[in-house]
Structures are given as C-alpha cells and as structure tokens.
Design a protein around this ligand. Structure first.
Ligand SMILES: [Zn+2]
Ligand SMILES: [Zn+2]
Length: 266
C-alpha cells in the first residue's frame, strides 16, 4: 500500500515533543512515506499563554529546522506548516503569523474551549469532572465550526478531540457533527484522520467512524496525520487510517502547496 502524506508532526520547540525534524524525515523514509509536513504548535499571542506552544522568538529557528530536514532528505517532499490554535479574538494574530513565512498549510485546532481551559491537557482533568460532557462537546464543536468558517485554515485538526479521555455525552451529538462538517464543506476546508487518538485513552482515530461517514457523504476532503511528538510515531497506524477512510467511501485525499489544494488518489 502506498501511504498518504503525514501532515502533522511536532518538534522539540513546543517543549513536549522529542527528536529533530531531520530525524523525523529519516524515519518517514524508513516507513515508506514520500511526503510529510511539519506542523508545530504555533506561537501564541503571548509567550506566557501556556507551556506547550512554540515561543515567538523560535519561529525562524523552526522554519530553519524544516529547511535543514529538506536539505538532508532531498528524496522526501517536506511541507512547512503549523498547527494553529483557534481562539476567538486571535484571528489577527493568526493572520500575522501567516504572513511571516511561505507556509504550505495551516491546521486549525481547537484545544481551548475557554481562554484558560485546554481540554486535552491531562493536568486539567478536574475541569472535565466539573461539567456535563454534552456542555463541553457543544462548546467545542461550536468553536470548531467557527475556526472552520474563519478562512484561516486549510485543514481542521483532530476533529473530535474531546473524546481523548473518554468523557462522552450520553446524548446523541450528530447535530453537532453535521453543523461542523457542513461548515467544512461550505468553506472548502479539509479534516484530518489523526492516528494519535489510538495512543490515547479513547483508543480510536480522530475523528470517529460516525463523523467520518458524515464527512464522506458531504464530500469533505481529508488528509492524514500521525500527530507525531516522537520520531517513531511518524506514519504510525497509517494502514488503519487508510482502511477507515476507504471503508466510508473515500477514494481521494489531498495535499497542499503554498496553501493551495491538490487532490491525490488514495
Ligand atoms: Zn502537542
Ligand atoms: Zn493538537
């Protein structure tokens, strides 16, 4: 099976990943990938916002690390990107970041459902316990739809991230998924199949088969993502992700160059 591009991987600059981009690239070649993209967590509007994003002063160093990986591995296509946190009010900051380098794509992710709660942060599990999961999932998908409609992103990251620690609503959430995916379709934004979910408590690719089935019906484009935070995670479980995509009817995925999309046969 020829594997699709892995468009989501990190570097030590976010302070919670290990391994240099050039070593991720070497591993990508080893596991048979032909294309990858680095998507480090963006610098936030203030460096003290939290402790898991790249610092503003490291942005050029990040770009240089990706260039180094390109120089070291001319046989691999390497895209320059970022995973950018969407928060209402940060739009102009995100536009400023977009203007600084010739990015191939931005992955828009929602980790923060409130200014100070990143819901996938294991140090903040107590926040989940204070709330009804439906309330959190609703707020999350509303914000995700807002990110999707913002025009700032080519791809939406790990669409059902709130399942990470298995806090599932009792109620049916189809209407939340429908609204988000219709927004993706209307704004021509892709979603990723992110295999990191398999390595979390939820033990499932992001997004779920249910969400992916709706996405396929609507014709929302897809990309593939390991969300690697370590060298050996590059391309991890990609066969499973491709199989899932095909099983709901996808025959194509997409790639990006300088923020323009191309369709690739899966
Ligand atoms: Zn991370
Ligand atoms: Zn993320």
């Amino acid at each position: 099976m020829s594997l699709p591009a892995d468009y989501h991987m990190h570097t030590p600059l976010c302070r919670h990943a290990t391994g240099e981009p050039t070593d991720y690239a070497a591993h990508a070649l080893k596991v048979g990938l032909k294309e990858i993209g680095f998507s480090e967590h963006n610098p936030m509007i203030r460096d003290d916002y939290d402790d898991w994003h790249m610092l503003q002063g490291d942005l050029d160093a990040y770009v240089e690390k990706v260039h180094q990986a390109r120089r070291d591995h001319p046989g691999l296509t390497i895209k320059l990107a970022m995973e950018v946190d969407y928060l209402p009010g940060h739009e102009n900051w995100i536009r400023e970041l977009a203007a600084r380098h010739p990015w191939d794509y931005f992955i828009g992710s929602v980790h923060y459902v409130a200014d100070s709660w990143d819901l996938d942060n294991p140090k903040k599990l107590s926040e989940w316990k204070k709330r009804d999961p439906l309330e959190v999932w609703t707020a999350y998908f509303e914000r995700l739809a807002q990110a999707t409609a913002s025009g700032l992103f080519e791809i939406i990251g790990h669409a059902d991230l709130p399942k990470k620690f298995c806090f599932y609503p009792q109620q049916d959430c189809t209407h939340l998924f429908e609204r988000f995916l219709q927004t993706a379709k209307d704004h021509d934004v892709a979603i990723e199949l992110n295999t990191a979910g398999l390595r979390k408590d939820c033990k499932e690719i992001y997004p779920s088969r249910t969400i992916l089935e709706i996405a396929a019906q609507k014709g929302v484009p897809i990309t593939f993502a390991s969300d690697a935070h370590a060298i050996t995670e590059v391309g991890m479980n990609f066969e499973d992700a491709v199989q899932l995509a095909r099983s709901v009817g996808y025959q194509e995925c997409c790639r990006f160059t300088q923020r323009r999309r191309e369709t690739v046969t899966l």
